[in-house]
Design a protein around this ligand. Sequence first.
Ligand code: URA
Ligand code: URA
Length: 303
Amino acid sequence: MTTPRDTREAIAADLLNWIRQNEHSAPPWFLDDGSASPALAEVPAAPASVSAAPVPESTAESPAAEAAADPTFAAACAAFVAETLALIERDGVPPGGSLPPDPLLAAHGGDKAAALAALCAEVLPCAKCDLHRARTHTVFGTGNPDADLVFIGEAPGQDEDLQGEPFVGRSGQLLTKILGAIGYARQDVYICNILKCRPPNNRDPLPAEVQQCEPHLRRQLAILRPRAICCLGRIAGQTLLGTEASLGRLRQAVHFYAGIPVTVTFHPAALLRNPGWKRDTWDDVRRLRALVDALAARQAPGQ
Ligand code: URA
Ligand code: URA
């Protein structure tokens, strides 16, 4: 009759997990196994047509409305946003973070699109690490130069290497759906990776590759100056934040990169392998959307 305390906690945690995984408040496709979903297979691979693909029904309801329908989640979400805003106020970080604006911005009269195009032209022929030898394309990044939100993945895979654009393969198609579920089209956000070239057989990035490639990402962010960043997967989160913390820990809190709030969630490829994690991803991205909306409202001109 005396259950040890951590056993009780473990049982409670398992039960909570079970309840959450069996509660169907998420958009139905979030609970699908993508491999079996004809809807997913129908989404074309080219970014322009992907964004024209039908948006999941759930977008009709705003993420805020979904959160409000789930009071426990809504409270946790509100606390997360309030805590993040308090940290930003405490540290006095300006919108866009504390990275000095990249010199290319001034060179192009503050035009982010032109500055990014100039940086891209510098990065495409990069030969600082061996990954350039086997690449078809350098995958610089794509999306809205004025985006509030930047998604950062790990490295290009085969489809991305062939097409020269990030997240265009199966994980990319799932990312497009995840974006749609929180009311974004691909062109609303900016999408890139830690590494700009594909590692052989998609192996993890090597420290030397990250070291050579990170300055490209840093300059990209110093032009984009987004309100928030979302890292996709453990490797992207650990690398950007310079930590060995587990994905579970990284997901629990807001982090900062040069003063820009960073959240970490599951990699879409991990969700394709483990659809059971989609429910938690839905919470992560709803919370992220709430944060971006709060930051935009706070920093809107005249407020
Ligand atoms: N996985 C990534 O991390 N990035 C991509 O661009 C595609 C798949
Ligand atoms: N492990 C990872 O590296 N990424 C995920 O998203 C989940 C597990």
